[in-house]
Design a protein around this ligand. Sequence first.
Ligand code: EPZ
Length: 419
Amino acid sequence: MDKILVHGGRPLSGNVRVSGSKNSALPILAATLLTRDECVIHHVPDLSDIHYMLQILSHLGAQVERASGTVTVKAEKIATEAPYELVRKMRASVCVLGPLLGRENEATVSLPGGCVIGDRPIDLHLKGFEALGAAVRVQGGNVKCFASQLKGAVIPLRGKFGSTVLGTDNIMMAAVLADGTTVIDGAAEEPEVVDLANFLNAMGAKIEGAGTRRIIVEGVKELHGAEHAVIPDRIEAGTFLVAGAIAGKEVKLTRANPTHLQSVIGALEKAGFRIESKKDSVTIHGNGAPTPLELITEPYPGFPTDMQAQMSALLCKTNGISTITENIFPQRFMHVSELKRMGANITLENATAIINGVDRLSGAPVMASDLRASAALVLAGLQADGVTEVNRVYHIDRGYEMIDEKLNALGAEIERVKV
Ligand code: EPZ
């Protein structure tokens, strides 16, 4: 289990290249199960979550090859049961349900457990499958779905926390081979949903409206292979923008898509940072005295829940009182207690963190917990006095490709230590 040592106070400047999106690559890799033909996916990031997904595809019988950022999948014959020992490692494995059901009319996947950011139900996914005519049973910790023939339907897909990203993905993937037309009402509008729809359409699907709340899927007989390049990871990009805000003189993100980052860029500009956006790059300029913010997380295009912890790290040393209200995962504050160990002044009131900016943070041994909370601890370490020791770094490696090497290339001093 590695740990990383972050030496605070190093100024950052230079260029950093954004990797392919984890949250786009995962459902797109699952979608390759929908055809017997070969699919080629480019810009797949080298992350442990991706590794787990490739293991599941192989276990199901697909031929999987990886050559640096390109993954080739050929799922000629597939089984329909994803094993617990693999699925338990990554909640997003649930997005193999849709393609298995869509192609084979049956699927068995173990129910994803909760995780540190809170309960992770899939009731909306299952309601969507039932609306398409599948019988759904939960038995022995597994969810079993089967149908004689899936039939298009009108599916309302919003829960009390709003839209569901993987739920929208799953229903889209189940509907592409169904009889007739499916309308997903209240669909997630995230760019990763659009990227998946673009890949499915390249395979011969007929999907319209991805990126809006109403997606229309006209069922087709079969899908063929396709080649696709995954979009840049907007959350990794946002994380590096916050690193630039915390310790940057001038940090430029390349292979970034500024249109996917509007709410994050808007928040940082509101805090007083000058940001230049070009077609495929974003540059942030340092600002010694940012102003406090009031942030609320919402489904896209609102401020992303996956950027909440990282912004907390910036606001810890922003003079004045900031607030962040978490509307998507109300318990997603595992980073708060660790930031307080570094001297941050944060109080939690229900799903709102009230952050009173302090003059200094001090490096300390801290514990990574979930992917984004761990990244927040690294960011806090960049602006702390002394050394911050972030333990259980495997959480970070799940979603960030070489974050220590990328930050060091910008001037940070981060050591990775094997323990
Ligand atoms: C995706 O998770 C992302 N993961 C998450 O990123 C992200 O935080 C989340 O979307 C929200 O943007 C991937 O794409 C792999 P949801 P997902 O279904 O689809 C509730 C990261 O750090 N809900 O959009 O699982 C749910 O509890 C990860 O990269 C139901 O109630 O999230 C939550 O409160 C963390 N019933 C809200 O909806 C359901 O059936 C949004 O969840 C499904 C979800």
